[in-house]
Design a protein around this ligand. Sequence first.
Ligand SMILES: Nc1ncnc2c1ncn2[C@@H]1O[C@H](COP(=O)(O)OP(=O)(O)OP(=O)(O)O)[C@@H](O)[C@H]1O
Ligand SMILES: [Mg+2]
Length: 316
Amino acid sequence: MKKFDILALGELNVDLLLNRIAGFPEVGKEIFAQDMTLTLGSSTAIFAANAATLGARVSFVGMIGKDSFGEVVRSTLEQRHVDTSNLIEVDNAATGLTAILNYDNDRANVTYPGAMSLMGVKDIRPEIIREAKHVHVSSIFLQETLHKEIFEIVRMVKDCGATLSMDVQFDPEEKWEFDYRKILPLVDVFMPNEQELMAITRKATVEEAVDVILPYANVTVVKMGTRGSLVISGGKRFHMPAMLNKSVVDAIGAGDSFDAGFISAYVRGKDLAECQRLGNLAGAVNTTAAGGTGAFSSIEAVKEAAQRYFGQTIEL
Ligand SMILES: Nc1ncnc2c1ncn2[C@@H]1O[C@H](COP(=O)(O)OP(=O)(O)OP(=O)(O)O)[C@@H](O)[C@H]1O
Ligand SMILES: [Mg+2]
């Protein structure tokens, strides 16, 4: 019996949201924002928090600075019942921060990666991996050292006997350097969205991109927004339409919630069709409240939203 069902391995940062801003900022000038919020950012944190709400025992390996933003990260994860004993505090970098300037439906983001860019293979202790059934790695392009050492990291996870899922997420530099031939054979569940999959394979359609990775991948799950998801396993493709939400609050974190739904079913040994259903359902539930974790305040709230908006039940 392992101590944790899931170890989330990824970036940690706070989000500083500035809303209702009087126009676009200009160099040399100062303007007012009417509204400000500081929250836990990071898509891996949304994944971890929502998987914990769905009943998985989740721990987090990620880097923060020895500063008050690091405390915000730690205490917010704890409120969400994510184990923080494996967070790594460094004194040579500050906790990462994303400043988000919201203008109606559009936004401008600036990210200072800070501590998250330092975590590499030497920081990840095999004893910790051995305590987990499953490891989920995410946002690989946002984490400079982790990106460079990703092959060594996935090999170490497999050597420690855990199953492994990976969500690459966006590459802010848009270089999309990812050696899928070498890495994917070691990944049990690969979970990109369609743009990310096309970008890493340098193909113009999802179909072609899937053909390219097919010889190397185990299970692949492609997230397709309002068109649902595609699971590819044993050479077969299974498309499941989205459980459409007609009055979306916002879709921030829908992909991370999808991962949380899919992987919480996966670690319980559910078949792939049920994992995919729970992935789509968690992604859909995510859109019924603000931000990535708003709809996941408790398992009762998730079950209630699943039933009310989508007529779906959750049994875990
Ligand atoms: N408007 C919506 N209504 C219902 N379900 C949705 C909606 N948008 C997304 N989903 C569900 O959530 C899943 C993941 O969303 P999406 O494809 O946007 O992931 P992503 O691009 O990785 O997102 P993220 O920006 O969070 O990383 C989809 O596969 C779908 O099942
Ligand atoms: Mg995503």
